[in-house]
Design a protein around this ligand. Sequence first.
Ligand code: GLC
Length: 438
Amino acid sequence: MRLDRENEALVEQAKAILSLNWTGEYTQPGPRLYPHQWSWDSALIAIAYARYDRGRAEKELRHLFEAQWTNGLLPQIVFNPRFRDYFPGPSFWNAKESPHAPRRYETSGVVLPPIHATAVLAIYEAAGEDAREFLGYAFRKLKAWHEYLYRDRDPRGEGLVYIRHPWESGMDNSPIWDFIMQRMHLRAEQIPKYERADTHAVSAQDRPTSAAYDRFAYLVKFFADRSYDEARIREDCPFLVQDVLFNSLLCRSEKDMAEMARALGEDPAPFEARAQKTARAIEDKLWDEEHGVYLDYDLVTQRPIHVYFAANFSPLFAGIPETSRAKRLVDALKNDGFGLSDENVTPVPSYDMHGFGFSPVMYWRGPVWLNIDWFLMHGLEDYGYKQHADRLRENIVGLCRREGFHEYFDPITGRGHGSDMFSWSAALVIDVLLDRKE
Ligand code: GLC
């Protein structure tokens, strides 16, 4: 994108935010609400660092990879011992119950979507041979991470991995999970005792309700009670979902692993085969022909979840659909409450604006998230929808220029909400503006 004086200044501001949130080892997602290291935030942030500070890009991901479990699980959160009053903290997670948890780090016991291979490839593409040593190191870590997912989260070898907590989707409070949360009947004695930290930092109205939080906490305790033994967890876990975004990012990451394997003189075939298998499974099992969208799949009821969510267009980012399906997706983005062709909407609302329970300000129930826009922007571009891609690109930049680097934005008013000085919003602005291809 053109770097005029105004945009140059915006890049400098974005860099300043990342520096402010940089701890010397990793970047905090947001200064108050999110003090620890979050896995997919770090990957998105590293994509920006790859463009101007390779040292930090590598450090960021090394710090995450060092906390990887011995079974390959890459944790959602790596805790910073300096911040003790975060909920749920290490003592609630009890990750050390697992024989696989790292000894030197405290972590949570769930994961976040796998976009790390895409970040590592971006670092290598920007730095070339200078990043070779890092590439070799990261490749081994990523291999173990993806093997964990396919081994422990896809026991029937379908090519689709499951998530077992809303937090694993990265979209904690999405209406996709409502039905599952509703059917989890909890008795008073089953609700763990806890005190939330999030509502002290931002408006409680925008955040998940306490009934949702009770269930989040219940699931955490459920895992800890089973010592994070995946076979025991999946026996009767009330939440087991094959999520479109998670599997699409995994598919894209496997393709990126194949690229890395080529660069390292290793065999790319196993990665290509897995990418293909996952792509086919997404096409066969998660596509909804009637509505022309992809849907998450509930493994407990063995049914698709009929919630129309922006992240469910992410197979475009992984190059999965054929062109005719891609066209149907674009039609839905234009016409079905995602505002891609509507000048009165800031696209893309995370949830269908005509969807039941849509809210322009509530966490993951309607606001625009820049990472989702960034995935869709790339997907639309790759499929030749340049004009739509450009609108999203301008959106990412324009929202932050007008409102500051917020966590999410109201699609109707354009106002920023949630954490201010949010790192991945700053990172994606940098990535978009320093992309010389534009
Ligand atoms: C929230 C988001 C999640 C993100 C985390 C840190 O939990 O839902 O996607 O990783 O915040 O930014």
